[in-house]
Design a protein around this ligand. Structure first.
Ligand code: BGC
Length: 764
């Protein structure tokens, strides 16, 4: 049969118009419709019957585009090979393609030149925006504002979809307790409850209620599983995790993405308990596909199938492909191994045909749901691309998110907010004028120099005299793909000028921290102080002016003991994206009252890591008598973190009272508490509820977050806040993997951080 005839027949059979004129723009095509599940399943089955083994395997093959690389270039592939495979229908997806023109060009090959005309799914790391950037995900998480986080994902989806993309490799839902690991910037922090709520919101934001709309993307929960538990915080390192931690800490945010209807998962570079995640059938088949009934598809991480050879788990390329396919890894990102090895493996009976059919089905299912068969160019409207990207509404949403992400760590003598006039302000630090660093890591499509700097943000407030001095660089050695940590970190030649400016100022605002590329993938650190000579600069300025407001830019918790002890005001401003400087200025001048709360504990010393609020009590939790040795502690630093999980101040103050809890059944507890704004300004508080299950068949943490609510109050206003705890909040996974609620004594704590003092008890 002639290829064109086959295409026509297949199109007829499955009702696709993939063979339509490739130049048709979105406005000329059918409007998107929600195709019913049954419909999709029938279409998938019909199409699958037309496909050869090689074409099915082709769906399981993903290549990176020809411009951006987000991992090491593979040894066994090149652009010519990619084009050849595209034309044969041996490619199901591309990543790192962007821009309508580029995507259309490649999609056209898949649709017009292959035998069956199956469209490609186009993936991209839309992590905290596309071109208009929101704060890094860790910062967004500090808002505890699920609506704002969802909105941020919606904006990211709409902008990326306008650039030809229909699948994002986000959200990263890896829980991590280790600030040395650079990728904490990409997650929601250390807590499974908060992490689950945020994971749910992000998936909803990206995917919307209708995946087939041209404004939404398929989301991807990554990295399944335990990547965030890399030993010693070293990137890509081994994870060795017990059943209880896996079930109660690591899995819940992944389960939440399933509840939100996430369509794809990504496995992980790391090994879990001796088995690389990519080749781990317990994770991908037993848990994800069987127990959780996930019917989307799993993509490998970049080259992670081939990396099973370095892990010492696969003998060679062919063996690696065999292991991954059998373990339930449906799509191969940039290893070239499925396309090269799988067909032979099936013929030799080493990989079941049924596994190939299942993987191809899962991938086709998502393509149908995206509406790609109805219109493969639906994300490729050049006019829309021009109109949508960089819209003012996106900037507004990013600014809103950025303000909400800022955490006030210290504010002595009400140094903040700054007065709007009559103050002489010195602004110091290279990061204060930086218009690229605030974009953070994962900003492949954003343009350099597009963030509003702190200097620009503060200049909008004209009532004060503002003088800027750089003082010192941060560490200019980091770029997107290289790290040269020692460049420019010892130069103190600009100290004197900064000291001179600080001497005559009423208030010194110092913007210090990490540049955007000092956290993220491949950016682990063993020291968590201020890089370069910034600490020296800070102490030199402190000698001449103690009225310092430290504004931190960073992608992870830092060790800030000196700062907490000496400085009157500290503002955690992370990397806040495109609108960074405006958000920071609005907080500094009091036009926005900070309301963020830390999603990760800030240690007193790197030696405390991993440090997290939901630790176990141990058998020797307390000091038996002054000077005694045999209890669980350090000799040199106290056990607690410097700033606990959930911590953050406001320009106003809040008081908690009247905490009451009542067991309404043996599975349900109602809790109420009164919150009062006891200060002088309107403010927002994140009311947090923690439980402690005092004894159980598997020991429970000393505290677990089980509820929170954002409450806005006028000065002197009070409000009663209620929570309902159900089996879901009161139970846990035992070591058999069963979810159980065991009767017994529980404490309930409510307050403004994980050290909440108000406590009440119930017995179930
Ligand atoms: C990262 C993934 C990412 C992929 C594609 C990998 O290096 O671990 O999170 O989605 O690259 O860019």
């Amino acid at each position: 049969m002639k290829p064109n005839l086959t295409v026509a027949i297949v199109c007829f059979l499955i009702g696709l118009n993939a063979c339509q004129n490739p130049n048709t723009t979105h406005s000329e095509t059918r409007s998107s419709s929600i195709t019913s599940v049954v419909d999709v399943e029938q279409k998938v089955e019909t199409l699958l019957k037309q496909m050869t083994l090689e074409e099915k395997i082709g769906q399981m093959n993903q290549y990176s585009g020809f411009w951006d690389l987000t991992g090491p270039a593979p040894s066994n592939g090149d652009a010519a090979k990619k084009y050849e495979h595209l034309r044969k229908g041996y490619v199901g997806s591309m990543l790192n393609l962007r821009g309508v023109e580029n995507v259309r060009k490649i999609q056209k090959i898949a649709v017009e030149e292959t035998r069956l005309g199956i469209p490609l799914i186009i993936g991209f790391d839309v992590i905290h925006g596309y071109e208009t950037l929101s704060p890094i995900p860790l910062a967004e998480s500090a808002s505890w504002d699920l609506e704002a986080i969802k909105k941020s994902a919606e904006v990211a989806a709409e902008e990326a979809a306008a650039a030809g993309i229909n699948w994002t490799f986000a959200p990263m839902v890896d829980i991590s307790r280790d600030a040395r690991w650079g990728r904490v910037m990409e997650g929601a922090g250390e807590d499974p409850y908060l992490g689950s709520k945020i994971a749910f919101a992000r998936v909803q934001g990206f995917q919307g209620s209708d995946l087939s709309k041209h404004t939404t993307l398929a989301a991807c929960a990554k990295h399944f599983a335990a990547y965030g538990f890399a030993e010693s915080g070293r990137e890509y390192n081994t994870a060795d995790v017990g059943t209880s931690t896996l079930n109660n800490i690591i899995f819940p945010p992944f389960q939440a993405t399933i509840d939100a209807g996430v369509r794809t998962f990504m496995n992980s570079f790391s090994e879990l308990n001796g088995i690389p995640a990519t080749g781990n059938s317990y994770l991908q088949r037993d848990i994800l596909k069987d127990k959780w009934e996930f019917d989307g598809f799993v993509v490998s991480d970049w080259g992670s199938i081939e990396e099973m050879i370095s892990h010492g788990y696969a003998k060679d390329n062919k063996h690696a492909a065999q292991i991954a396919a059998n373990a339930g890894s449906d799509m191969d990102m940039e290893s070239y191994l499925y396309v090269n090895e799988l067909a032979d493996l099936v013929r030799e009976g080493k990989v079941k045909q049924a596994y190939i059919d299942d993987a191809a089905k899962r991938i086709l299912r998502v393509k149908f749901e995206l509406g790609l068969f109805e219109d493969p160019y639906k994300y490729c409207d050049a006019q829309r691309e021009k109109e949508v990207i960089g819209q003012q509404a996106f900037h507004d949403a990013c600014l809103d998110m950025a303000k909400k992400s800022i955490v006030l760590l210290k504010n002595e003598n009400q140094l903040l907010p700054l007065k709007k006039q009559g103050q002489k302000i010195a602004l110091i630090g290279a990061l204060a004028t930086d218009k690229t660093s605030p974009l953070g890591n994962w900003r492949i499509a954003a343009k350099d120099n597009t963030a509003v700097s702190v200097l620009e943000g503060m200049q909008a407030y004209t009532g004060n005299q503002l003088t800027y001095a750089k003082g010192a660089d941060v560490s200019l050695g980091n770029t997107e793909f290289t790290v040269e940590v020692n460049i420019n970190t010892t130069d103190k030649s600009e100290f004197p000028q900064a000291i001179a400016v600080a001497k005559t100022a009423d208030v010194v605002v110092m913007v210090l921290g990490e540049i955007g590329y000092q956290s993220g993938e491949g950016r682990s650190r063993t020291e968590l102080g201020l890089p370069g000579v910034q600490q020296e600069l800070l102490e030199a300025i402190y000698k001449v002016n103690k009225n310092i407001v430290l504004v931190l830019n960073n992608g992870r918790p830092l060790v800030l003991n000196w700062h907490q002890e000496h400085l009157p005001a500290i503002v955690e401003a992370w990397q806040l994206g495109t609108q960074s400087g405006n958000a920071i200025a609005q907080v500094l001048y009091g036009d926005y009252n900070p309301s963020g709360k830390l999603p990760m504990s800030f240690p007193r010393a790197v030696g405390q890591i991993p440090i997290y609020y939901n630790y176990k009590n141990t058998g020797r939790p307390t000091l038996p008598a002054p000077g005694k040795v045999f209890w669980s502690h350090y000799q040199d630093v106290e056990n607690s973190p410097l700033y606990p999980f959930g911590y953050g101040l406001s320009y106003t103050t809040f008081e908690y009272s009247s905490l009451q809890a009542q067991a309404v059944s043996d599975k349900e507890v109602t809790v109420s508490v009164t919150l009062k704004n006891s200060g002088k300004l309107t403010g927002k508080e994140v009311v947090q509820l923690y439980i402690r299950d005092h004894y159980a068949s598997v020991t429970r943490p000393v505290r677990e977050l089980k509820g929170f609510e954002l409450v806005s109050l006028e000065p002197n206003e009070s409000k009663e806040i209620s929570f309902t705890l159900t089996e879901k909040e009161l139970g846990f996974y035992n070591n058999q993997g069963d979810f159980v609620l065991e009767p017994g004594d529980f404490s309930i704590f409510v307050g403004g951080d994980s050290n909440a003092k108000l406590e009440t008890k119930i017995t179930l």
